[in-house]
Every structure is written in structure tokens, then in C-alpha cells.
Design a protein around this ligand. Sequence first.
Ligand SMILES: *Cc1c(COP(=O)(O)O)cnc(C)c1O
Length: 261
Amino acid sequence: MVKYLQEHPEVTDVLFTGGDPLVMSAKKLQEYIDPLLNADLPNLQSIRIGTKALGYWPYRFINDKDSDDLLRLFEKVVNSGIQLAFMAHFNHSNELKTEAVQIAIKRILNTGSVIRTQSPIMNHINNSANEWAEMWRLQVKLGCIPYYMFVARDTGAQGYFAVTLENAWKIYRNAYKQVSGLARTVRGPSMSANPGKVQILGVSQVGNKKIFALNFLQARNPNWVGKPFFAKYNPDAIWLNELEPIEGKEQFFFESKLVLS
Ligand SMILES: *Cc1c(COP(=O)(O)O)cnc(C)c1O
């Protein structure tokens, strides 16, 4: 990994994901992180840890055997001049209301790490604008930065959790319009699909036809980012593969250029 980062100066971030990297002991995690710090990589700006531990087991940061070692490891990253970005999965405001989670958030922030939050929008869990607004408000109050609202992936239990793209957008919009600018760092609803992260900008109308307006937040080709594109309106669509280009187009602009990996 160190060799790869030395050979690719354009890479600025390393993300530990999984699974969940925080099921590892602090000692194990340190075995991965120390070489990155010791290599003194000028391009390495941020180390991110994607985890649900804060919501699922906040005691990981309070009174597990190696809680203090873990926090010292975060501190070590920050003190070496690299940002430690804690990518926290919270799916519901209830996960932010216990004393344990609030203590855990404080302990992480005290290391100089930043906590950014993300969640999929899921039927039966958080399919309500008021719920999202409350979640984002609480996160900002506790010092976290709302980051992404995802569309539930096209895997396993998608059928049960699915929210239509149109409803995901309505919930995003109705939550976003209720909150302070400090919570409007959040972007979405976004589908992490093969060509990139596709945001549903909304449903609009051209002439007498309804359409979806879409946008790449991240893309395999950086030139695709930030160029709105359109799909036929489909009130039942729950994922990108159910969308079709508007009249006169065989495929979306990126499809001919897409090399599947
Ligand atoms: C979202 C995502 C990332 C992180 O992207 P950012 O927009 O920089 O947060 C990295 N890898 C994959 C596969 C992703 O879907």
C-alpha cells in the first residue's frame, strides 16, 4: 500500500472500510496505520475510517479494553498532520440520543478528528423528512458534519428497504429545507453505482413531459462531475438501472465510455 501511494501522488485519501474496520483491535488497526504515517507520504492528506461503531457500540470509544489506545491512535494520526476523518453511519436520530454515544462523539472530537455522517435512506427505518432533519440537526449540535444521504444499494435486502428515487428526493428536499446552513453540507440522495455517485437533483418538467434531473457527485471520469443530465420520469424506479435516457437518446452520455470493472 505504501508503495502504491508513493507511485500514485494523485491519491490523497485512504479509506478503511469493510465490513467495519473498528471490529479490529486498536493494536491491529495500528499495524495498518503506522506504516502510512512512517512513510511520510506528502500526498496523503486524510485517513478515513468508515464505521457504524458509534451507533452500534459507542462503548468502543469509552470503556472497551483498548478504547484509550484507539483514541491515542486517532490522536497520533492528527498530530502527524494528517486528517483523521471518521465516517460515521447513523441511520436514525435515536442512535444519537444516548449518553454513551454523546460521550463517545466528544472523545473522538477531542482527538482532533473530524466526524462526518452518512446513511442510506431506508423504508421502515428513516423514510421521513422530519426524521432526517432531526438527525442532521442533532449531528450538527453534537459537532458532526452531515455528509451523504445514500439510496439503498441494489443488493440483498433492497426490496424491503427500498424507497423510490422520487420519494428519496422528496424526503431529502423536505428535510434540507428545514435545516440551518451548517447542516446543508449533506449531499444526496446519491446512488453509489458503477459509473460513479449519481445524485437525484429532482423531478422537473420539460414541455409536458416529466423528467428526472441527475448529476454525478463522483465519477470514474472526473469530467462527468457536475454536468446535469436527464432521464425519463419513472415513479417506480429505485435504482439507476431502471432509468432510461429521455426521448431521442439510446443511452446515457457516459454509457458508451464506461469500462466495467
Ligand atoms: C463514496 C465512495 C467513496 C468516497 O467518495 P467521497 O465522495 O470522496 O466521499 C470511495 N469509494 C467508493 C466505492 C465510494 O462509493
